[in-house]
Design a protein around this ligand. Structure first.
Ligand code: HEM
Length: 415
C-alpha cells in the first residue's frame, strides 16, 4: 500500500476558505502529488487532481454522491432532494428529464429569447451612464430562462426573483452574510416555484406541455410517483439558477475581450474562432472549484487505499489548469485547441464523464450557446467603453468574479 500524503494542519477548513480555488492544487504542488489527505469540515477527506483522478472520480461503481455534498452547499446552491444527490437508477430517471429538456430546439429557442432580451437591454443601456455587465446579463439570462421554461414572472418581480438566483450562486462558497443571503434566497425561490408546481397540477395556470414548468411538474420518479412540490421546485431552480450563472462566464468573456483586443476584432468578423474562445473562457474562468463524492466499498487505486464511506474531493479548478494537459495553463490562448485536445476528464469546468450517465452538467450546451451569444452581442451589436475600474480577480473567492463586475460605459447599439 502506498502512503497518501497528509496535509500538515489538524483541520484544513480555515485554509480552504482562506485560499479558495487554489487550495487543492497548492497542496498537490507542495507535496508533489495528485492525491493527499486533509481534515475538511471535520471529516477526513481525500483530495484529488488531474485527468487520471477525474477518470477515477467518475467511476460510479466506486463512488456515490449520497450524503457527499457539504451541508452548506445543499442549503444554498443545490437544495434538498435534487438530482445532484441521487445515485443509480433514481439518478438515471431524473437525469433523463433534464437531458430531454436540452434538445437542439431548446438550445435554439433559449438563444433566440436571449437575443431579444439583449437587444432590448442594449437599447435601454444607451440612456445610462454606466452598466454593470454581470448583473445586467444575469437579468437578460433570467428573463430568457423564464420564457423558455414557461415560468410566469410579473414584471415588477423580475429584479427580486433574479436577485434570488444570483444570491444562491454567489453565496455558495461564502460564509457569514453571503451564506445567509443565499439560504434566504433559496427559501423564497423554492416557495415561489413550489406554488407554481401546485398551480400547474391543479390546472390553475396554463402552460404548454413541452415547457420545463409543465414537464418537471408532471415528472414521475423511479417509483412512478410525482415529485414532492418542494423537490420539483428544486429541479426547476436547477434550470433557472444555472442559466443565470452563465452571466459570470459572459463577464469573463468581456474581460478576455478587453485584455486581448485582437480577439475582439477577430470575433467581430467571423464565427470560426467563437467556439475555441468560449472554451478557453470556460477552462480558465471555471468558477465551480471542487466536487465531492463518497467511497462505496474499500478499494485500492495505484496502491492508495480508499476506505468505505470516506469523502473524496476532485479539483476541477486545478485539473483545468494541469500543465500535463495544457501548455502554459494560466494563459488565455484559444488557439491552443488546434493542438491540445479536450476530453471528458481533462476539461471539467462543468464536471466530467458522460452527461446521461454521470453527474456531468446537462447544461453545457446552453452554457456554450449563451456565452457565444454574449460574445456576439459584445463584439457586433454594440460599442462600449471600459472605464477605469478594479478588474482584479481574487482567486481565493468562491465563486470568482472580477472585483468591479465589469462596468461598461458610452454604450451604443450597432446594426
Ligand atoms: C451539474 C457547473 C450551467 C444544470 C453541474 C456540475 C457542475 C456544473 C460543476 C456538477 C457535475 C458533477 O457533479 O459531476 C455549471 C456551470 C454552469 C452550469 C459552471 C455555467 C454557468 C448549467 C445550466 C444548467 C445546469 C445552464 C441547466 C439549464 C445542472 C444540473 C446538474 C448540474 C441539473 C446536476 C446533474 C447531475 O447531478 O446529474 N453543473 N453548470 N447547469 N448542472 Fe450545471
Amino acid at each position: 500500500m502506498v502512503y497518501i500524503p497528509l496535509d500538515s494542519s489538524r483541520e484544513s477548513s480555515v485554509a480552504l476558505l482562506r485560499e479558495g480555488n487554489t487550495f487543492i492544487s497548492t497542496r498537490c504542488e507542495r507535496y508533489d502529488t495528485d492525491i493527499f489527505r486533509a481534515r475538511l469540515m471535520m471529516e477526513k477527506t481525500i483530495c484529488l487532481r488531474g485527468e487520471a483522478a477525474a477518470r477515477l472520480f467518475y467511476d460510479e461503481q466506486r463512488f456515490t454522491r449520497e450524503g457527499a455534498a457539504p451541508g452548506l452547499l445543499v442549503k444554498t446552491l443545490f437544495g434538498v432532494g435534487g438530482v445532484q444527490g441521487l445515485d443509480g437508477e433514481a439518478h438515471r430517471v431524473r437525469k433523463r428529464m433534464f437531458m430531454d429538456l436540452m434538445s437542439d430546439a431548446d438550445i435554439k429557442e433559449l438563444t433566440h429569447f436571449a437575443v431579444e432580451e439583449w437587444q432590448q437591454a442594449i437599447k435601454s443601456w444607451q440612456r445610462q451612464t454606466q452598466v454593470v455587465l454581470h448583473s445586467a446579463v444575469q437579468r437578460i439570462h433570467f428573463r430568457a430562462a423564464c420564457r423558455w421554461a414557461g415560468v410566469p414572472v410579473d414584471e415588477d418581480a423580475v429584479d427580486t426573483r433574479c436577485a434570488e438566483q444570483a444570491a444562491m450562486i454567489d453565496g455558495a462558497g461564502g460564509v457569514a452574510s453571503r451564506h445567509w443571503q443565499a439560504r434566504r434566497a433559496r427559501k423564497h425561490s423554492e416557495a415561489w416555484m413550489a406554488a407554481l408546481v401546485e398551480q400547474v397540477r391543479g390546472n390553475r395556470i396554463q402552460v404548454d406541455e413541452d415547457r420545463a414548468l409543465f414537464r418537471v411538474s408532471w415528472h414521475r420518479d423511479v417509483q412512478g410517483d410525482l415529485l414532492k412540490p418542494q423537490v420539483a421546485a428544486v429541479e426547476l431552480l436547477n434550470l433557472l439558477r444555472p442559466t443565470v450563472a452563465i452571466a459570470r462566464f459572459v463577464t469573463f468573456a468581456a474581460l478576455a475581450l478587453h485584455e486581448h483586443p485582437g480577439w475582439h476584432e477577430t470575433l467581430r468578423q467571423d464565427d470560426t474562432w467563437l467556439e475555441p474562445f468560449v472554451q478557453e473562457v470556460r477552462r480558465l474562468y471555471g468558477f465551480f472549484p471542487f466536487l465531492a463524492a463518497r467511497v462505496r466499498e474499500d478499494f485500492e487505486w495505484n496502491g492508495y487505499r480508499f476506505p468505505k464511506g470516506g469523502r473524496v474531493m476532485l479539483d476541477l479548478f486545478g485539473t483545468n489548469r494541469d500543465p500535463r494537459s495544457w501548455a502554459q495553463p494560466d494563459e488565455f490562448r484559444p488557439e491552443r485547441y488546434e493542438r491540445e485536445a479536450i476530453n471528458a476528464y481533462n476539461f471539467i469546468p462543468q464536471g466530467g464523464g458522460e452527461h446521461a450517465v454521470n453527474h456531468r452538467c446537462p447544461g453545457e450546451w446552453f452554457t456554450i450557446a449563451l456565452i457565444k451569444e454574449g460574445v456576439r452581442q459584445l463584439t457586433r451589436h454594440m460599442t462600449y467603453e471600459v472605464p477605469q475600474q478594479d478588474l482584479r480577480i481574487d482567486w481565493s473567492r468562491m465563486p470568482i468574479i472580477p472585483e468591479s463586475r465589469f462596468v461598461i460605459a458610452s454604450i451604443r447599439p450597432t446594426a
